[in-house]
Design a protein around this ligand. Structure first.
Ligand SMILES: Cc1cc2nc3c(=O)[nH]c(=O)nc-3n(C[C@H](O)[C@H](O)[C@H](O)COP(=O)(O)OP(=O)(O)OC[C@H]3O[C@@H](n4cnc5c(N)ncnc54)[C@H](O)[C@@H]3O)c2cc1C
Length: 319
């Protein structure tokens, strides 16, 4: 049997983000083609009940310890590296979340594995895994193979892969070695930045604002509220201090793939497009008809967002 495919079953406050289920989806597809097993690796404290939510897996490695209660990149990567060194899986898939993007390269470096970030597709070509991933701030796609004698590590682009159903797996409790839990890093406090009910990476609808908001995100927040979506922002808005970095979309912010992305007062710089161009439908509202965002948008509205957004809110409320 080929070596196993592993998935990092990230949990935050005892909840599994959508990216975990997408990672399990592609892991299951690949494992079935390669006649191998899918193993989910779940770290935390008091999280056993989450194992029942992990579908399409053969095994769950459950590593529980009170020191794993909150995310610590050093400790988490040491635990994962310890497991990889013992079992040498073929591929370790991480959701493209902030924590997944932080851990995957650390564990790859610690174990001498290969690493591909931001995968849109993983296929089997001539018996070898082939990874398609974004390059040049999303301007292009590249294909890569990894040396399969060592573990390959990938992060996946949000919503690029279908979720899977299927069975829950056998739960195997792993007692972490004491050295894996040592950490010079002390997390003093977690400050939840996003106050929305819907997280940006998982939102189906994002209403994003840029410099054109002039710092007034009120109408965008209302539109997001009536649509059941989340609020995003360009870096210009974040740099101006109008909204926190947790909302930033783009090359140095979050990568999102919602069904609908409404860009309000955003010009459409390459670095912003890098984070949202895989949205199914892009709607741009901009008072400059020559703004580059209109070249990417499926629908464009030329005009003042402060006049247009209230009209959209009124129509949505009527509907
Ligand atoms: C290394 C690097 C990384 C970067 N990473 C990111 C990133 O992650 N995310 C990101 O967003 N940017 C990033 N940037 C910055 C990026 O290059 C742009 O500067 C930024 O995206 C511009 O933000 P903006 O579109 O909000 O502002 P602007 O480019 O100033 O555009 C504002 C738009 O608002 C319109 N407007 C003004 N008033 C109104 C109104 N009342 N109604 C409707 N439209 C109006 C204007 O016509 C204009 O098109 C990065 C840059 C670098 C160099």
């Amino acid at each position: 049997m080929a070596k196993e495919i592993w998935v990092f079953a990230e949990q935050r406050d005892k909840e599994l983000p959508g990216g975990v289920f997408e990672a399990l989806g592609i892991a299951r597809t690949l494992a079935d083609s390669l006649s191998t097993k899918v193993t989910a690796v779940l770290l935390g404290d008091g999280i056993r009940e989450l194992t029942g939510q992990l579908k399409g897996v053969d095994k769950v490695y459950l590593v529980e310890d009170k020191t794993l209660d909150s995310f610590n990149s050093e400790r988490f990567s040491k635990v994962l590296a310890g497991l990889v060194q013992k079992e040498n899986p073929l591929l370790f898939i991480f959701p493209g979340t902030a924590n997944g993007k932080s851990l995957a390269p650390r564990v790859a470096a610690a174990t001498g594995g290969g690493m591909v970030s931001d995968c849109n597709d993983i296929a089997l070509t001539d018996g070898k895994l082939e990874f398609t991933h974004s390059i040049l701030a999303g301007k292009g796609l590249a294909k890569a193979n990894l040396d399969e004698s060592v573990t390959g590590f990938v992060t996946i682009r949000p919503k690029a892969f279908e979720r899977t159903e299927g069975n829950t797996g056998e739960v195997i409790e792993i007692t972490p070695e004491a050295s894996w839990l040592e950490s010079k890093l002390k997390v003093k406090e977690f400050i939840a930045e996003l106050s929305e009910k819907v997280s940006l990476e998982e939102a189906d609808i994002i209403v994003a604002g840029g410099r054109g908001t002039g710092g007034n995100f009120g109408p965008l927040e209302e539109l997001a509220e009536v649509l059941g979506g989340a609020v995003g922002a360009s870096r210009a808005a974040v740099d101006a201090g109008w909204i926190s970095y947790a909302h930033q979309v783009g090359q140095t912010g979050k990568t999102v793939s919602p069904k609908v992305y409404i860009a309000c007062g955003i010009s459409g710089a390459l670095q912003h497009l890098a984070g949202m161009q895989s949205a199914d439908v892009i709607i741009a509202i901009n008072k400059n008809p020559d703004a580059p965002i209109f070249q990417m948008a499926h629908y464009g509205i030329v005009g003042d967002m402060f006049e247009i957004i209230p009209e959209i809110i009124a129509e949505v409320k009527k509907a």
